[in-house]
Design a protein around this ligand. Structure first.
Ligand code: G
Ligand code: G
Ligand code: MN
Length: 562
């Protein structure tokens, strides 16, 4: 084994000198669009006898033999030459071994190689693994700062494994954070991995770093990374590392874009919303949130305000800051809280409860009540688990008051009509009564159901029905006004003379829409008329009999007294 290693070391030295160790190129891709953003340069040793020697075998050997600087140099020079042969500028990332970060001449070496290969240093990223930073963070950070000075960007490689320390992120001005592939690999099936990836991406975003998901093998992983706000992906989904002649092929290939997977994977419907970078989206959402004429808030599963907009803070009568981190029960009155808590519980179980209207006292003993319309929606994480409640609140006090006023005015109108001795009625163009004032029922004892469908005919005097029906039918045909007198049976017995008058209401083309009219008690009038007629008949008889006047003379006399 030792002999073998020694042999290998000797061979390695030779191979390095002869340029047998070559760079391979694996694309880094914009997850959203599938556009290649650069390549990671990975050393490969195609051995004439042993076949392809993997880097985890020969890189430790290079480190032990003090050859790692040479390795980086030969890899970079070949990579720069490959880049120069392309028609477009590409970005390259190169791995730097931990021990190289103890070598103060590293920035100088890299600059020399770039000069020699005519490669712009601002297109180069140095990938540093965290273990490089453990032993001497101070020295590593000064070398890193120097690299940064010459324009090289810095990436923290394999983040989450090894000796992760947030201190590293603070000590070194990183531009990029690469989420280790072990998390990406298991994030679909493992909730903890998913949470770690989410947290790391969130961390990267808050530090303004570009986040890269490593080891992306499936479109589901790409979708989820995008949903979590990760910008770049690297892995077999997009392509394995290829040798220099194949770079242009990778560049012209159509790589998977998470947006194209819409409808094909479980999380893809979420991707429909992701047309912009997370930072842009956040700014837009914030503007909408603050400007909405609706109270909005987000509660965690303990019903604490995680976020609230100004409008809802106003409705609750406290500042935004006074809400954050506090439970709803601490902010609103106990009465109100007991009304809304059941909806929180339902939302936590995954139910969306929409359009609940609740009348509550105004905050701070302000006079009067307010009516609010509330929507409760469960908020879910990328795996569909309920992690909070989103609430929207609309103040509908004014609408409620308007509704109340309308009801009051309708009431007022109804009273006015119903206390009138005239009975209003409405009849459709076929002669069917659609509405009759309640006074009709009070007189006849008929219910509304009995009156409908011409049931009112039942209480009309049989002698009058004969005239009633044709009169109405004729009016419907001609549109002439209705004016008829008839008797109805009172509920306590006996007959009552009524008079009904009505007119047609016509549409724009002259067609009859409805009939509107009133019915009134005509009994006294009718009786007076009747008595008058009888009196007149008696007078006639007297005049003709006693005074021997002839009929013509009596007629003219009676007309004078009419
Ligand atoms: O390509 P995979 O290609 O199997 O790479 C294995 C490991 O070797 C990776 O962790 C990668 O960072 C490392 N590696 C690949 N090329 C280089 C290199 O040129 N220099 C250093 N220091 N590490 C490299
Ligand atoms: O420097 P770093 O450890 O990031 O090097 C990348 C390593 O990851 C290389 O060994 C490369 O071959 C490997 N790799 C790249 N893409 C994938 C992938 O999609 N799946 C797996 N399992 N390994 C990958
Ligand atoms: Mn790497």
């Amino acid at each position: 084994m030792t002999v073998k290693r020694t042999d290998l070391k000797t061979e390695l030295r030779k191979a390095l000198k002869n340029g047998e160790i070559v760079p391979y190129f694996q694309p880094l891709v914009q997850i959203r669009t599938g556009v290649v953003s650069g390549f990671e340069v990975l050393a490969r040793w195609p051995h004439p006898v042993r076949g392809m020697v993997p880097p985890d075998e020969f890189i430790p050997l290079c480190e032990q033999a003090g050859l790692i600087g040479e390795l980086t140099e030969t890899i970079l020079l070949q990579a720069f030459a490959a880049a120069a042969a392309l028609p477009i500028n590409i970005k390259l990332s190169v791995n730097i071994s931990p021990i190289q970060l103890r070598d103060a001449s590293l920035p100088q070496q890299i600059r020399r190689a770039a000069e020699q290969g005519a490669f712009p240093l601002d297109h180069l990223t140095a990938e540093i693994t965290e273990s490089a930073l453990v032993h001497n963070l101070e020295q590593a950070s000064s070398i890193a700062a120097e690299l940064k000075n010459v324009g090289v960007k810095l990436a923290l490689d394999d983040f989450g494994t090894g000796y992760s320390s947030l201190r590293n992120l603070q000590a070194i001005p990183f531009d990029e954070l690469k989420v280790d592939r072990s998390f990406v690999n298991s994030m679909i099936s493992n909730r903890d991995s998913r949470k770690i990836v989410a947290a790391v991406i969130g961390l990267g975003q808050s530090l303004n770093l570009t986040t890269v998901g490593e080891g992306v093998e499936t479109i589901e992983q790409a979708d989820m990374l995008l949903w979590l706000g990760c910008e770049l992906g690297q892995g077999w989904l997009y392509g394995r590392a290829v040798s220099a002649p194949y770079i242009s092929q990778t560049l012209s290939a159509r790589l998977p874009a998470a947006c194209d997977s819409r409808g094909k994977s479980p999380t893809s419907d979420l991707v429909a919303y992701l047309e912009q970078l997370p930072s842009q989206r956040r700014a837009q959402y914030q503007a909408i949130y603050d400007g909405a004429p609706v109270g909005l808030c987000y509660l965690d599963t303990e019903f604490r305000y995680v976020s609230i907009n100004q409008r809802l803070a106003d409705i609750n009568g406290a500042s935004v800051a006074a809400h954050i981190g506090h439970r709803v029960a601490e902010i609103v009155t106990p009465d109100f809280y007991s009304e809304i808590e059941p909806y929180f519980l339902r939302a936590l179980k995954g139910e969306a409860v929409l359009g609940v209207d609740i009348t509550r006292a105004r905050p701070h003993e302000a006079p009067g009540h307010m009516t609010i319309l509330i929507h409760y929606q469960p908020a879910r994480d990328e795996a569909g688990e309920v992690v909070g409640i989103s609430i929207a609140v609309v103040d509908i006090t004014k609408f409620k008051q308007a509704e109340e006023a309308l009801r009051e005015s309708e009431d007022h109108y109804r009273h006015m009509v119903h206390s009138n001795p005239q009975i209003p009625w409405v009849m459709d163009s076929d002669g069917v009564n659609t509405e009759v004032g309640p006074q009709w029922g009070q007189i006849t004892g008929q219910t509304i159901e009995q009156i409908a469908n011409m049931g009112y005919l039942e209480v009309i005097h049989p002698e009058d029905v004969a005239a009633f029906t044709p009169t109405v039918r004729n009016a419907i045909k001609t549109g002439n006004p209705i004016d008829i007198e008839y008797r109805i049976r009172k509920k306590e017995g006996g007959w009552l003379w009524m008079r009904s008058r009505g007119k047609a209401r016509r549409g724009p083309d002259g067609e009859i829409l409805r009939w509107y009219g009133t019915t009134e008690d005509a009994d006294d009038h009718k009786k007076v008329k009747h008595a008058l007629r009888e009196a007149r008949a008696k007078l006639r008889a007297l005049l003709e009999e006693k005074q021997h006047l002839n009929t013509v003379t009596v007629d003219s006399l009676l007309q004078i007294t009419d």
